[in-house]
Each structure stands twice: as C-alpha cells, then as structure tokens.
Design a protein around this ligand. Structure first.
Ligand code: ADP
Ligand code: ADP
Length: 226
C-alpha cells in the first residue's frame, strides 16, 4: 500500500522551478530518502508533502486521498527541521507535551505517561525536567523527533535533521533515527544532501537533480544501472 504519492507535481517560484513534474510513491512503513545537492528541490518536495507549500500543478495524495489543498495540521504528519526549533523557555517534557496539543495521542494514556514513553523511545528517559539549551545537538534533535511523534502521526518528515552535528554524533543519531523508525514502523521521508547517509539509512532512495528524481531505487541498486 502507498502512504504518500505525488502525481505530476510542479512548484514554481517567480523565475525558479523548484520541483519539476515529479511523480513518486512512498510505501507504508518505508524509510524513503530524497538525496541530492543543494538547490535540487528536496526541501520544497518535503514542504509540499507537509502542506507548507501548495503545488503550482499536480496532486499530493495520502493513502490515495487527494490532500492537495489540505493544511499541514490536518495531514497527519510530524515534521522535524534542520535547526531544532525547541522552545527554549520550556523543559524537555513540556516541549514534547506541546506536540500533544495537535491530536489525541494513541492508546488512551495520560499526557505525562505519553511524554515518558516518547522520551524512552528516543533514548532520553528521565530527562523531562531538563532545559533544552543544556542538551547536546543530538539530544535536542531527539527531543524534536519525540515532539513530532507525540500526536501519533502517520508519516514522519525529516529535513536534514543531522546536518548541524559533527560526524560522530551524526552517525549515532542516524542509528537512533533508524531504530525509532523500525520500532514504530512509521512511514518516514527523509531529506539529506549526504549520499552515504542516504544509502546507510533508507529502504529506498530518490536521487534528485534539478527539481526531479533521476533514480528511485533501494540503496544497493543506486548508481548501478544495467
Ligand atoms: P534543496 O532542499 O534541495 O536545497 P530547495 O527545495 O530548498 O532545494 O530549493 C530548490 C530551488 O527552489 C532553489 O533554487 C531555491 O533557491 C528555490 N526556492 C526554494 N524555496 C523558494 C522560495 N520560497 N522562493 C523562491 N525560490 C525558492
Ligand atoms: P534547506 O537548506 O533545508 O534546503 P533553505 O535554506 O534552502 O533550506 O530554505 C529555507 C527556507 O527558505 C525555505 O522555507 C525555503 O522555501 C526558503 N527559500 C529557499 N530558497 C529561497 C529563495 N531563493 N527565495 C526565497 N525563499 C527561499
């Protein structure tokens, strides 16, 4: 089954075609990565899926249903950006609980219980009273992931979540993100300019160039054409 698909999607700004007639399908439960150089349209594609942008042309569907004009808060997506946008005046637990404002969390548990579960999931158990500024970059990104997951979204969208980290932390966070995705089985769409990272983490990779994927395949088949 298909979780998200784009059909003939184009996004134009004044003189730029950021996304150029893209059609692609992301399967349920899949870790799908958009990779390519700066300016090739990765972030715009992700923003079109999230609903922060509307396409100039084409259709975005979730589970076969047209969501093209539907605002982000009604799309059942959790989004994590490159620069962790945690609220500095709130504790870690409050940041995660903030994500609970957007939907009923699954399972009928209390907010406190849900925050504890989410922090455990991202390997930050017991950290709810910490201040975000006192955490490492990797820890902050995991808080942002927990917050994005709080409402129990159907799809997780990650835009360069590791790019602010040094190589060692990036490697660790990569393993943690993959672990979280596997544990939840959540459909994940990931944006990175780092090919090695894309190949290490993904079920399938879309190699983007100039506004469109030039290849969509599992990592082992990427760059190996018959
Ligand atoms: P990537 O994420 O691969 O770096 P982007 O999707 O951010 O690429 O950008 C694709 C192209 O669209 C770039 O040329 C960028 O400058 C342009 N672009 C993106 N957003 C806007 C915008 N809001 N207004 C004008 N041009 C934009
Ligand atoms: P990323 O590096 O993650 O691709 P960018 O720094 O390219 O992100 O873009 C950050 C924000 O700026 C996005 O909201 C994007 O739409 C906007 N943006 C990118 N390029 C342009 C541009 N040329 N003109 C106006 N806005 C842009």
């Amino acid at each position: 089954p298909i979780a998200v698909d784009l059909a003939d999607v184009t996004k134009r700004y004044a003189e730029t075609t950021a996304v150029d007639d893209v059609s692609l399908s992301v399967r349920e439960g899949e870790f799908f990565t958009l990779v390519g150089p700066s300016g090739c349209g990765k972030t715009t594609t992700l923003r079109l899926i999230a609903g922060f942008e509307s396409p100039t042309d084409g259709t975005v569907r979730f589970h076969g249903e047209d969501v093209t004009g539907v605002p982000p808060e009604e799309r059942d997506v959790g989004v994590v950006f490159q620069n962790y946008a945690l609220f500095p005046h709130m504790s870690v637990g409050e940041n995660v609980a903030y994500g609970l404002n957007f939907a009923d969390p699954p399972g009928g548990v209390s907010d406190d219980e849900r925050v504890r579960e989410l922090l455990e999931l991202v390997d930050l158990e017991g950290m709810q009273d910490r201040e975000p500024d006192r955490l490492s970059g990797g820890q902050q990104q995991r808080v942002a992931i927990a917050r994005a997951l709080a409402p129990g979204p159907d799809v997780l969208l990650l835009d360069e979540p590791m790019s602010a980290l040094d190589a060692q932390l990036r490697e660790r966070l990569r393993i943690q993100v993959k672990g979280i995705q596997k544990e939840l089985g959540i459909t994940t769409i990931y944006v990175t300019h780092d090919q090695e990272e894309a190949l290490a983490i993904s079920d399938r990779v879309a190699v983007m160039r100039a506004g469109a994927p030039e290849q969509v395949a599992p990592p082992r088949e990427i760059y190996r054409r018959p």
